[in-house]
Design a protein. Sequence first.
Lengths: 858, 232
Amino acid sequence: MPPRILQTSAEPAALLPSRFQQWFASRGWSPRAHQLALLEKAREDRSALLIAPTGAGKTLAGFLPTLVELSTEAAKRTAGAKQSLVSTGRGVQRTGGLHTLYISPLKALAVDIARNLERPIAEMALPIKVETRTGDTPVSRRQRQRRYPPDVLLTTPEQLALLLSSDDAPFLFSSLKRIVLDELHALVTSKRGDLLSLGLARLWRLAPQLRAIGLSATVAEPEQLARFLVPQPDGKERAADIVVAGGAAPPVVEMLDTRERLPWAGHSARHALPEIYELIKANKTTLVFVNTRSQAEMLFQNLWSMNDDGLAIALHHGSLDVAQRRKVEDAMSAGRLRGVVCTSSLDLGVDWGDVDLVVNIGAPKGSSRLMQRIGRANHRLDEASRAVLVPANRFEVLECRVAIDAIAENAQDTPPLRTGALDVLAQHVLGCACGEPFLSDELYAEVRTAAPYAELSRQDFDDVVDFVASGGYALKTYERFARIKQDKEGRWRVANPKVRQSYRMNVGTIVEDDMLKVRLVRSRGGGSGSTGVIARGGRLLGEIEEAFIEGLSPGDTFVFSGEVVRYETLVEDQVYVSRAHDKDPKVPSYMGGKFPLSTYLAERVRRLLDDGRAWAGLPEQVRDWLSQQKDVSKVPAVRELLVESFPRANKHYLVCYPFEGRLAHQTLGMLLTRRLERARARPLGFVANEYAIAVWALGDMSFMIRDGRIDLDALFDPDMLGDDLEAWLAESALMKRTFRNCAIISGLIARRHTGEEKSRRQVLFSTDLVYDVLRKHQADHVLLRAARADAATGLLDLRRLSDMLMRIQGRITLRELDHVSPLAVPVMLEIGRESVYGEAADELLAEAADELVKEAIS
Amino acid sequence: MTENVAVSITSTRHVDVAGIALHADLSGALFWEEQRLLVVSDLHLEKGSSFATRGVLLPPYDTLATLSRLAAVIARHDPRMVIALGDSFHDRTAHERLSPDDREAVGALQSGRDWIWISGNHDPMLPPDLGGTVAEQVAIGPITFRHEPTGAPGEIAGHLHPKARVSARGRSMERRCFASDGMRAVMPAFGAYAGGLSIRDAAFAKIFPADGFVAHLLGDRRVHAIAASRCS
């Protein structure tokens, strides 16, 4: 393990030039230990990972080495001497040139950081030029930046990829000394992190002198994260030095002790509304975090309905129009708001000093995620952040309880470092071919210096290159249409300029859900649903997931942008809604949110349940609920899987409690119903939440278990991840969506042509059809392999499901009951509220057809 | 059902209706039992390679996939005549890109029966060496088969690739379908890569003038008849 530096041995005077010391003094500051530690690392020519809570002066720490180096370098440059060009043999290189790159996950953050840097630069009169480069930067400025780069360039992973794919990348980057990676903990959990790691690998080759500084919140495995920052040697592991900022006051977190009755299910926290309102009123500025857009909408609407004091409460989520979001952010920094109801859209971003309370509604999902959110309050290190957790139902009380314990222990549950995705590699390979032509051997060696790709096999790499060239099909019919071609020396280059153009327009790994624009129009009444009847136009309210709209019928009402609206019609990518005067929307859309309960918190919840003494820390209502469960059925032990069976209203139910999160439960539910169908239990559907799954059937499953026709051990045998999974994947809509993302990221399908983004409605073929054909005719194709790898950790959460099935083998306990148990009530209540899953197309269609018959008869 | 039904599509095999009973096969083909006539529309063969010429390297297995499904439905019904209702090939030169194996497969399907290629907008000029007869349209009894629908009574056409979405209980699903009002019908596309157009699109309102037609959705094991007004 690399040494952790808490205090530096050198004196500040030795590290900080006098100009800097004076500046710190003039502001009444003294440099912090971790800021000096990073300067020391820079002097030792080492890369470093800084782990620091928000408010620790992280950004300044990241830039200090750059500022110091550039100020001393400038002193060396004789006054008046212009930049000069020198020959490097391969081209020309300028003295000076780009010194530092800063990469941020958000372009808004890059812009804000640039603004924050201006102050010390101006106040110390440093001759340093700082510029940003994002998707919004005008073309003329981008061109100038390539010819006359600033000293410091602030940009995003996508823009870095674009710069690297240009011919003059060697010229631009050969002088690069430092790269600062902000919010690294957030970047590395997605495919954007993969793309960034490949860009880093390229930079290390172009600029061997390059050193990296990573800025991160606290993570579970800092040593793994530190590997990201340095080239990985063949077959070994190497990590950057780690600097941990100390001194942050531990946060003060409590659970709302509600006076009201705690709901059994649901995520609205409606019972606690008056108490949430009181919290906002009692504090200067409160951030209220919720897990989904629809929860944010609902809460915002409800708070305003009781806002007799006229408190300035605003709404912020990722689907709102950008201009509207920016307005809220500006009002926030100006201190004009008392409360903001927000989603993860505010998890990252610049510091707002004045937030004095964070309220988190609903399940915390993970301890690290919660700690980062809480860190949004009070960005001054010496003061404790304050937070109140508001569980929306009884299970969430358990989750909040263990999250508070985890925070007290500073226990982190960030996910492990990713294995680099093959679709991202395909995009990178095409990008490389757009720049300087490459040799396969050299690029393979280069790619493996990136930590996520350190284990990449030569076979996978060659398959990816083959895919980029001519599709990678066993049937070699596309050689003449190849996008990249090899010359006589074996160097790959793009076949024609169109390929390069298409790459440049489609770079990036963020595939949005298909979003539709929501426009407010006047109701035409009737809601016929046919296209073309509503006048175009209408005020733009924001964007909404296509999948959500697909589940609606015209006339249905839902909450959007803070009000109840009626769905009128859909024309191309525009959803037309009108103002509804209903108080309650018909479609609640309590979608569970993007992130499942973390494995770590799930384990703690199971431990809490198993430890009767620990129940003392729970509210009385919850203690009573668990005691009743103990009397009627059983409270599951830590490693045990409790299964309950009972009849209800002519149907038979099987409820189990794996506590593995909604995604893994959905997958398990699909597979269980397949197996129950084979056992002739005639399952009708299932519903899954974060903690449990309920399956219902026409067959008497209790009886079938008793007489051996259903063997529970066999039902939950891990072998379900074999053939059953394969059969289900063939049909699974989630798998098709996963495949579509891979097809887009890998460049098989273009998102944008000539500058315009295509919506799925305009795509000339369906990736679902492509998936079906490819699966049947070349099941081991590299894109299908990429999609499967995604499915393991993504929407299907297969890895977690498989770990769970292994854990519970031989530890299944059945309780045959006469009626529903207290623990089962929450998941049973989700029936009819959550959508019912199942892939039984015919049943659904038959149901629609039957309704037609009923209509016809009546 | 009224007396003057000219075209009636049934989704079960042995329903006899006044006028002409046609069987909507789960595969998306239409079978006229009396005539032993099988109709398939919009095969779009070589669509994959058509995209490949423009740099979008879709898997080159679509022709094979489409022909295999066609072979299966032909084996099931053993028709005396097959009508391919236009847009059988995705572009004008698509037939030249057929692999020797696929070309041979087409020949095998044609042997022992009449085969009519109706020309479509994607394949207006079909060469004679493909086997079968090329025609603009074909009339058999009261029924006219042509590629682009005009809305005329007794017409069976393709071209529009009808699909329909059905929502229930917060789920929704989209499938290819036949669209018919008892007087005329539009067939679903048969090709593996052929996309679809929602039956709520204005194009369908032009063909089915009166209020309401029925979508016969291709389920996994059955064809389901659902009023178009219930679909989205």
